[in-house]
Design a protein around this ligand. Sequence first.
Ligand code: ACM
Ligand code: ZN
Length: 394
Amino acid sequence: HYELSVSNNKITITAFSNQGLFYGIQTFLQLIPSEKKNKISIPCLQINDYSKYKWRGMHLDVSRHFFPKEFIKKYIDYLVRYKMNVFHWHLTDDQGWRIEIKKYPKLTEIGAWRKGSMIGHYREQKFDDKPYGGFYTQEEIKEIVAYATERHITVVPEIEMPGHAVAALASYPQYSCTGGPFEVALKWGVLDDVFCPKEETFEFLENILSEVLTLFPSEYIHIGGDECPKTRWKKCANCQSVIKREGLKDEHELQSYFIRRIEKFVNSRGRKIMGWDEILEGGLAPNAAVMSWRGTKGGIEAAKQNHFVVMTPGSHCYFDHYQGEPKNEPLAIGGFTTVEKVYGFNPTPTTLNKNEANYILGAQGNVWTEYMEDANKVEYMIFPRMLALSEVLW
Ligand code: ACM
Ligand code: ZN
């Protein structure tokens, strides 16, 4: 909350916190005309301004395409300008592991690199043979987190499990069901090889998360949880024995068991987990927050169970979708989400009662980068839709 007042002879910004002052300054900067003139003039005004939602997020997938540290800072600057306060950093996926983990060096020696990439439409199934990859060192991550923190932005890391794990499994195949071998994926989509919920896998993931927790001070750690096929689990003796041992009904309950185990660990370190809405399947972990992406249904269900929710429905918040007539636009994954549609988004479903509505933390724009090969393309896709979302959230 801040107040900005511009009169004939004085400009004042008043707030009760540094964060409030910081936002007042962002608004003031927006008042300065962008054209270069000898003289700048600002209209007299009085603004009393505050945020509507606590979670005003933007996500970036750095696995499908990698973006250097310099661009991550620029991206954070964009968030700042529009008073966003969460940067959700999607650091791991089938096509690349992007965060240095000291205990498991192969995650980046092997997992950060692929032999080529898919080119053109998915349906064409065409690939190039250009080696592709990159990762952030822990020093770089510290630098980014410090940069974001100075700007009142929380960085929420995402470490995907149990699905979208092929880059990790290419590095350490012993944590799969079949034992591999695997290669870092060239093609986009949902792959059948996922983490096998055996004890060694939990030890591996907990060691990784321990390093992640020291790098990221955020209240929430995103553990993915989406799109985990049960193909391997159905045929794996190990998985079936865990189902039996734990008295689980099926593989969906096994996924729920997986997430609960991880939640227990993260909670024991004083943090909370957030996951995509599939974590509702087979029963929600007791303290988990849900990021609703397959529409708002999962979010509604979670809020009704008194769990915190961030709304990111594909219909309104996926900025990898086309923003105009596809025939006039550069190649994108699909969909059709105009700036007008984003403006019209209401993160709080009207079917929730007042108490349930309190569990809606906010919303977030998701930027999956299968079809965004460089920074220019990311900028093209987030503008102007991010501005619309920021107005929804403020
Ligand atoms: C997702 O888009 N798979 C969360
Ligand atoms: Zn298994």
